[in-house]
Design a protein around this ligand. Sequence first.
Ligand code: AQP
Length: 332
Amino acid sequence: RPRVLSGIQPTAGSFHLGNYLGAVRQWVALQESHDAFYMVVDLHAITIPQDPAELRANTRLAVAQLLAAGVDPERCTLFVQSHVPEHAQLGWVMNCLTGFGEASRMTQFKDKSAKQGADRATVGLFTYPVLQVADILLYQANQVPVGEDQRQHIELTRDLAERFNGRYGQTFTVPAPYILKETAKIFDLQDPAVKMSKSASTPKGLINLLDDPKVTAKKVKSAVTDTDTVIRFDAEEKPGVSNLLTILSTLSGSPVEDLERSYEGKGYGALKTDLAEAMVEFVTPFRSRTQQYLDDPETLDAILAKGAEKARAVAAETLAQTYDRMGFLPAK
Ligand code: AQP
């Protein structure tokens, strides 16, 4: 079975709809056909300051949400990044293989550091894509299911894998991004020109899966559309309506063309009402399942202990091989 690896940050508390449709939904599907490794990336979370108690709670909350979304520890390896020390170890090796200019070209760093003020951004935030390279290469992943915003980081991963293999001999699988065109980028409900994002979106533009369903329905109903009246998918001319169609299509399983046909002659209100209903139907059981997992921290911790053990077995082998290839003296 081909291998997949992906991660999600435990920073915001609730996952948002972009995280779910862009990434987590694919994780659930891929665990059926792939040897899947999924993790909560707490080492990435600390690239911006975190309150320790909040980080701990949010890490458990992220795991609970993954389980609630259908990630199944019997079908995949589910773990927390800091439980596998090899991530930080291979991360250092990859730092020493990355050009400073190369790292400087990562657009996500430019965006995020601009927001924080360049002087306040940490070196960790700067090298976070390099740690991500290590995350992926440790597991010899063939594919990485992510949203469009991560494409550049997967390119960097490919470059570094090839560089290492070229310099020290075949060691790493060169991975490919797994990005579904339809849901690669879910847009902000209030500003459909930009991606839905926990740090950049306004509360009204961001659908948090753990929001009260009534709040979610309200946000859908006040989504920005356009002054036209026709319900048709056109990402350029009608980004707001197209975003709503994408979301409804994915949640309902109806192709966009079928939706377009069924809304012929109907107004935006009808589309929003149906989408609000579909969202409420999705988030209501998601919230209660998340709560059930949170109420049973022992089971949750047992799942993570088993996941870390499985992950370490693979990661340790890759790291040992990497150290050996680079000429580190073996510890006796
Ligand atoms: N709007 C989105 N559309 C599709 N996919 C998305 N992802 C994030 N936003 C969208 C995907 O979600 C996965 C997990 O993301 P993360 O935990 O690494 O968080 P992030 O990318 O930092 O998420 P945000 O909300 O975009 O955070 P900020 O605002 O801090 O940048 C990834 O696979 C990502 O592609």
